[in-house]
Design a protein around this ligand. Structure first.
Ligand code: HEM
Length: 456
């Protein structure tokens, strides 16, 4: 998809319209225009086109990824506020990420001790990242006894993301209730709604269990998102005056937000970390430079934390270059223009579907010379200090930029620095088609094994 977008950009320029089925999408590719529109005039570009399937998946205009209007605004602000609180003072965020980093290191060391020659580091990362998001939303991790639970939610998340590019899903999105009257559409409808029902039952059940376990009368600080949400619901109820149809903090909204945090936060981060490891293997000189920096700055097997971040310039550069090069979001989410506007003299009427194309920006040779080369040094200045240019926008920009950016950055840093410090990664014996780039909603490395050695 990103390769095709790249070709169209070359052929039709930095602003053009592409057709997605019968939907026209205005697409922006250059940074000055993207900043002028999505950032400076953020409100105009903050809408999302309504997806009919969402009436089934998210029970209407709910959640934070596809909702819009006051409900989206209040809930996005609330989620950011909760996440920020977790990152401050008690620093619950870093603690929870480090629990998983430690657990991953122990698991890999055990495998090495047990004589295992080659491992799937992506699988190990996958459950660690899933555990972090689950711990932040529901307050518990997927320890050894909960691996099946992780697989269950993961399987649903993968199904949901992959349906996005399924032509049947796209066709029926115009009106699933109408299309289900036709033979083939009918079996797809049955299959998909049954999948949705499974995950709804699962998340609603967890929410209800949580509700029973919390004493809402106490004024303890919440330690997970669902608890914070339930306390907010209680507070609004106690203050009175929330009318049924004006309640932006109802249970459907909570369910859909939990679903969104899980789906948007798990695969993205896990896949990026799998790319980090794959590139360290494919570019051994980069891995060597990384080890050199870690030996000079850290120099032993202690756990690396945020306190070390400003001294680990090369680690930061490797992460930045991985995010640019793996180009995860091959096609960015669609936005909806909320009022009539103009871009470079072109009329853009209200309700036009529009997006800024993250993937073509990250591969633009004007911003990143020789973009097809993996070169972390491009993010180091003449003094070897890490810097982040404004064109590096893997999380999108504007009012709808990634809500989990802070958490994702924390995870990318703590996992990359600690995995690289503890281990040396190498190709497996069979390295044919190693970590090929597959497009499954986002860019995923094909399953790969790696040889792994302790460094201490
Ligand atoms: C490396 C990891 C990640 C990348 C590359 C990434 C990238 C993105 C991008 C490109 C968007 C769309 C921006 C737009 O609509 O223009 C987005 C939206 C979003 N992301 Fe992420 N993301 C990552 C991790 C996370 C995490 C960890 C979470 C949550 C825990 C998260 C939650 C969200 C949400 C809720 C939205 C929708 C925001 C809204 O519409 O208001 N993401 N992300």
């Amino acid at each position: 998809m990103d390769v095709q977008l790249q070709k169209w950009k070359k052929e039709y320029g930095d602003i053009h319209t592409i057709w997605f089925g019968d939907r026209a999408i205005v697409t922006l590719h250059d940074i000055p225009t993207i900043l002028e529109t999505f950032v400076k005039d953020g409100e105009t570009y903050a809408g999302r086109p309504h997806q009919k399937w969402d009436d089934i998946i998210r029970e209407g205009n709910n959640g934070v990824v596809f909702s819009e209007g006051p409900k989206w605004r209040e809930n996005r602000r609330f989620a950011l506020h909760v996440f920020r609180n977790f990152g401050l003072g008690r620093n619950i965020m870093q603690e929870r990420v480090l629990v998983e980093v430690n657990s991953l290191i122990t698991d890999i060391k055990d495998e090495i001790l047990n004589g295992k020659q080659e491992i799937s580091i992506h699988d190990t990362i996958d459950i660690s990242v899933g555990s972090i998001i689950n711990n932040l939303t529901f307050g518990y991790r997927y320890g050894k006894d909960k691996k099946d639970e992780f697989q269950h939610v993961k399987q649903f998340s993968t199904t949901l993301v992959s349906q996005f590019s399924n032509p049947m899903y796209r066709l029926m999105d115009r009106d699933p209730e109408y299309y289900k009257k036709f033979p083939i559409c009918n079996s797809y409808y049955k299959y998909f709604t049954a999948e949705v029902q499974k995950i709804k039952d699962f998340f609603y059940n967890l929410i209800n269990e949580h509700r029973k376990a919390i004493n809402l009368e106490s004024d303890e600080d919440p330690t997970d998102f669902v608890e914070a949400y339930l306390r907010q619901q209680h507070k609004l109820k106690m203050e009175g005056g929330v009318k049924e149809n004006e309640n932006n903090f109802d249970d459907a909204q909570l369910y859909a937000t939990v679903l969104d945090l899980w789906v948007a936060g798990q695969e993205t981060t896990s896949n990026t970390l799998a790319w980090v490891c794959a590139y360290l293997i494919q570019y051994p000189e980069v891995q060597q430079n990384l080890h050199k920096e870690l030996d000079e700055v850290i120099g032993n097997d202690r756990i690396i934390t945020l306190d070390d971040k400003s001294n680990l310039n090369y680690v930061n550069a490797v992460i930045a270059e991985t995010q640019r090069y793996c180009n995860l979001a091959t096609a960015n989410l669609f936005h909806r223009v909320t009022k009539d506007t103009k871009i470079h003299g072109y009329n853009i009427p209200v309700d036009t579907i529009i997006t800024h194309q993250v993937s073509t920006v990250l591969m633009n040779e004007k911003y990143f010379p020789e973009p097809e080369k993996f070169r972390p040094e491009r993010f180091l200045d003449e003094n070897g200090k890490f810097f982040q240019p404004p064109e590096l926008i893997p999380f999108g920009v504007g009012k709808r930029a990634c809500l989990g950016e802070g958490l994702a950055r924390l995870e990318l840093y703590l996992f990359t620095a600690n995995i690289a410090n503890q281990f040396k990664l190498n190709y497996p014996t069979e390295k044919k088609d190693f970590a090929k780039r597959l497009l499954k909603g986002s860019a995923v490395p094909s399953p790969y094994l790696c040889k792994i050695q302790n460094r201490f």
